[in-house]
Design a protein. Structure first.
Length: 139
């Protein structure tokens, strides 16, 4: 459906990459918001998440602790990895909240954001993915 409001940095959302071309991301997958603006042109920067372990594991990959992840079918019983080298600028219309089910007939969505410490580690991975890892000392 697409978001109507600016998401928070550290929020985990689903992103529809339909229309992209391989080797870019091409399917619906979870992402972490790494930059957002309340006053911008309805664009956010996101880093992709994957349940496939990276081979080989690099400085721009990070295993996400499952206590910070939504309890839904995508994440259930699987390791989830940040792909810090896969960052995109996406429009709100491609992003959606993660649906957890229903409670008393109302939809329930995952709304938790990652902590500052987790985001510092994620920003470090993203910097490594852009070959700017030496800047992570300044976070």
């Amino acid at each position: 459906m697409g978001l109507k409001h600016s998401p928070k940095v550290g929020q985990i959302l689903m992103c529809d990459f339909k229309g992209m071309k391989e080797p870019e991301m091409v399917k619906r997958r979870p992402v972490i918001v790494i930059k957002s603006s309340r006053y911008g042109p309805k664009l956010v920067q996101v880093a992709c998440l994957s349940t496939a372990a990276p081979e080989p594991q690099m400085d721009y990959h990070m295993l996400i602790d499952d206590k910070y992840l939504p309890r839904d079918k995508f994440f259930e019983g699987k390791e989830t990895w940040l792909k810090g080298d896969m960052i995109y600028t996406m429009g709100f219309e491609r992003l959606d909240l993660i649906r957890l089910g229903f409670d008393n007939g109302k939809r329930v969505y995952f709304g938790q954001s990652l902590s500052r410490e987790n985001m510092k580690n994620i920003f470090t991975c993203v910097l490594h993915g852009m070959n700017l890892g030496h800047l992570s000392n300044h976070l």
